[in-house]
Design a protein around this ligand. Structure first.
Ligand SMILES: NC(=O)c1ccc[n+]([C@@H]2O[C@H](COP(=O)([O-])OP(=O)(O)OC[C@H]3O[C@@H](n4cnc5c(N)ncnc54)[C@H](OP(=O)(O)O)[C@@H]3O)[C@@H](O)[C@H]2O)c1
Length: 329
């Protein structure tokens, strides 16, 4: 099968190449999916670039310990492991290979072997591209807003980085839960963020939300461009800060020192929570319900073919993607 493989860390155009490789082995609990679409997420670009360097301790010192990146999957069932009894050959499915390691991936390929517990049938009205694009970003948004922050009617939510993959979905999930939502983005994305349903859009070149008068019950910070102490000033006394970024600066640690400082702050009077992304059928079904209802729509900002996956990853590495970056297979 055709796949995009990586042997070393570096710029995507240098380290990603299209190759013919063997189809993945299908375990007893796995489903072999003929991939129709996948999307690019933070774990993909950090594992391609190998930054922050400290993550190489997890992903592999000289290069990634597995060659094919990509976790989001949408496609059709090609073959079933012995223990998988609730899906059929030909079913249209979507889900993820993500298991909290940086190297259990393999979706930038014609076929991927995905554990059945991380796949569900794709709603008929949802295209392969939107389904694939929804998975990691949508599950992060859902976990952050519903599970971690307990957002409900009237909750005042601020999403920093509202125009990216996670942000565009988090704004809509929070609105669907009844929140009053403020989205922070650059000037070219103000209209986009409003069109997603945000009640307020803050252009970060005009206004620094950490210095304003408004206070929020929940801040989902997808950028971490402010020290956590400054961001926490914009919270209500009982508000929750969710630092959710590895940062864009690369280097040895990226934004990890800021995450660590936020975590220490969380031991004091500020409520600080991380987002454990849960890829399971309950969360995938809840996401599918939001997508089917039309309350949440996937905004796809760019689409690339599989043999141009390097450009898709480079697009994300620019750190100004609008919505999701999709790869069609
Ligand atoms: N917890 C998890 O499991 C999990 C899963 C996935 C991702 N994440 C984290 O979520 C974060 C966001 O991921 P993503 O996929 O949404 O990234 P993304 O699509 O690359 O987000 C880029 C967005 O960030 C915005 N941005 C850049 N500088 C900004 C600034 N100074 N102020 C406000 N917005 C700014 C850009 O908007 P403009 O172009 O308008 O500047 C762009 O729309 C990542 O850092 C990642 O580490 C966590």
């Amino acid at each position: 099968m055709t796949a995009v493989v990586q042997d070393a860390y570096g710029p995507p155009e240098r380290v990603l190449r299209v190759a013919e490789v063997a189809r993945p082995r299908v375990g007893d609990d796995d489903v072999l999916v003929r991939v129709r679409a996948t999307s690019v997420n933070t774990p993909d670009w950090i594992t391609v670039a190998g930054v922050p360097y400290v993550l190489r301790l997890k992903a592999g010192l000289r290069g990634p310990s597995t060659p094919v990146r990509g976790t989001d999957v949408a496609g059709t069932v090609e073959a079933l492991g012995e223990n998988v009894t609730d899906l059929d050959i030909g079913d249209e499915v979507f889900g993820s290979l993500w298991d909290n390691t940086l190297t259990t991936s393999g979706a930038f390929a014609e076929y991927a072997a995905v554990p059945a517990s991380r796949l569900i049938r794709k709603p008929a009205g949802l295209g392969f591209e939107a389904a694939a694009a929804s998975v990691m970003s949508g599950l992060t948004a859902l976990s952050a807003m519903r599970d971690v922050a307990g957002v409900g009617p009237g909750t005042k939510v601020l999403v920093n980085g509202a125009s990216g993959g996670v942000g565009t979905l988090a704004v809509q999930v929070a609105k669907a839960l009844g929140a009053e939502v403020t989205g922070v983005c650059g000037p070219r994305n103000v209209e986009l963020v409003r069109s997603l349903g945000a009640d307020h859009a803050v252009d970060y070149t005009e206004e620094d939300f950490t210095l304003g008068e408004r206070r929020y019950d929940v801040i989902l910070d997808n950028v971490l461009n402010h020290p956590p102490k400054a961001t926490a000033r914009a919270l209500t006394p009982t508000g929750t800060l969710i630092p959710n970024s590895i940062g864009v600066s690369g280097g040895w640690f990226g934004a990890l020192p800021r995450v660590a400082r936020a975590t220490v702050m969380g031991r004091g009077s500020t409520d600080v929570r991380s987002v454990p992304i849960s890829v399971d059928r309950e969360h995938l079904t809840a996401l599918a319900t939001l997508l089917e209802s039309g309350d949440v729509k996937v905004f796809i900002g760019a689409t690339y073919a599989l043999d141009d996956a390097a450009s898709a990853v480079a697009h994300m590495l620019g750190h100004h993607a609008r919505g999701k970056v999709v790869i069609t297979v």
